[in-house]
Design a protein around this ligand. Structure first.
Ligand code: GUN
Ligand code: ZN
Length: 427
């Protein structure tokens, strides 16, 4: 048993913040070999149960759930900051050429190891990540995450058309490769597989149909893709799939909207699409730094809340500009406030934090497993220093309540706030 004493942030299963200025977190090994939260809450109330055990005491620090990144591309680690006239030129001129390099296993391994270290350095303990179309790129990332004992879900990108040589795959082989990778990796240690059609324009109908068949055959495997990110992309999908009711419904027509299906962006959805997201139990990965960087548009939080579909936050590196959940939460606040293209609102700091922890976990079907520190959750957490920079220290010392403390960290924080990332290990 490991006992930690520090400020402690957790959430109810519905996403209400629970905060103890002087908190206790007890981590134990469960009989099935996982490291889970045994108890969490107020120090004075819980400490007598653990009398005599050594305590790791972190005065002035905050223990919080590890962050969950709902959508990120590991092969785009080195694509961050590539300027382009919007999504489609960015893909053509920077992203596709770069992703060709992942045909090389050693290169994939080197980037994968950097990527996992960078996630952990930023406090991200669970990620739903794209690999590339090369099966070896999946092996490389799975192996790196396994070594770090991290909970990570990834998959081979499916893209058999409208893609250049070097990243384009072959329809039948792509589906065989996907199934082989599911069998090799899904459910091994803390790893999961995601069936990963890049987006509708780069998959043939046969490939989408095959992906949907696999999604039906392996219901606890994830599905991930992109939808309705950019107006040129939406127009292109309309040309390619003239009979579909909407861009989103292309995926539904092929059986790719279901629970554990996570769609990045979801900006240009209409009311019927939002009802469909909710009805199918699919989730949106809101990617604000990416949407601001590429000038894609603004996620409509108010309409999403009214429709009641699940969503959570994502970096979407490399269109996204930062691995840091603090940068993503701040950008989400900015996107929420934008009130010209849709109705604006002020997202609360605890809501932003939930969207990047327990809310993101729940959106990918891992509610109560990660992204929270209630008893029974896997014990992945961060130790944050609210006084990591001089300006942040001034703000957090003056904070009168949890909202002010969290908002100061969201607005002024970054990787400097993350003092330790702890993936509790079963021994
Ligand atoms: N749509 C299809 N592929 C991509 C990608 O790699 N990044 C983003 N942001 N959108 C996409
Ligand atoms: Zn993406």
């Amino acid at each position: 048993m490991d006992i930690y004493r520090s400020g402690l942030l957790r959430f109810t299963p519905q996403g209400q913040a629970l905060y103890d200025e002087d908190g206790l977190l007890a981590v134990a090994r469960t009989p099935d070999g996982r490291a889970c939260v045994q108890a969490s809450g107020n120090w004075a109330q819980l400490a007598p149960q653990f009398a005599g055990l050594p305590v790791q005491h972190f005065p002035g620090r905050l223990i919080a759930p590890g962050f969950v990144d709902l959508h990120i591309h590991y092969p785009q680690t080195d694509v961050i900051g590539a300027p382009a006239d919007g999504l489609l030129p960015w893909l053509e001129n920077y992203t596709f050429p770069h992703e060709q390099r992942f045909v090389d296993r050693d290169y994939s391994t080197q980037v994968a190891e950097f990527f996992i270290a960078e996630l952990l350095r930023n406090g991200v303990t669970t990620a739903l990540a794209f690999a590339t179309s090369h099966p070896a790129s999946v092996d490389a990332l799975m192996a790196a995450a396994q070594k770090a004992r991290m909970r990570l879900v990834t998959g081979k990108v499916l893209q058999d058309r409208n893609s250049p040589d070097g990243v384009r795959d072959a329809t039948e082989q792509s589906l065989l490769d996907t199934e082989a990778l599911i069998q090799r990796w899904h459910g091994v240690d803390r790893l999961g597989y995601a069936i990963t059609p890049r987006f509708a324009p780069t998959s043939s109908e046969a490939q989408l149909r095959g992906a949907g068949e696999l999604a039906a055959r392996y219901p606890d495997v994830w599905v991930q893709s992109h939808v309705a990110e950019n107006l040129d992309e939406v127009r292109w999908v309309r040309e390619l799939f003239p009979r579909a009711r909407s861009y989103l419904s292309v995926y539904d027509d092929f059986g790719l909207l279901r629970e554990r299906a996570v769609y990045a962006h979801c900006i240009y959805l209409d009311a019927e699409d939002r009802v469909l997201m909710r009805a199918r139990g699919a989730a949106a990965a809101v990617s604000p730094t990416s949407n601001l960087f590429l000038g894609s548009g603004f996620f409509d939080y108010r309409s999403a809340q009214e429709a009641g579909f699940a969503y959570g936050l994502a970096s979407d590196v490399g269109a996204g500009t930062s691995f840091s959940p603090f940068r993503t939460m701040l950008a989400a606040y900015t996107v929420g406030r934008e009130g010209q293209s849709k109705r604006g609102l002020s997202l609360s700091p605890t809501d932003l934090w939930w969207q990047h922890t327990g809310g993101a976990a729940a959106a990918m079907g891992l509610g109560g497993v990660v992204g929270n520190l209630l008893p029974g959750c896997e014990a992945d957490f961060v130790l944050l220093n609210p006084e990591a920079t001089p300006l942040l220290a001034r703000k957090t010392r003056a904070a009168r309540n949890l909202d002010e403390l969290l908002f100061a960290m969201i607005v002024l924080g970054d990787d400097r706030v993350v003092e330790q990332t702890i993936i509790s290990q079963a021994k």
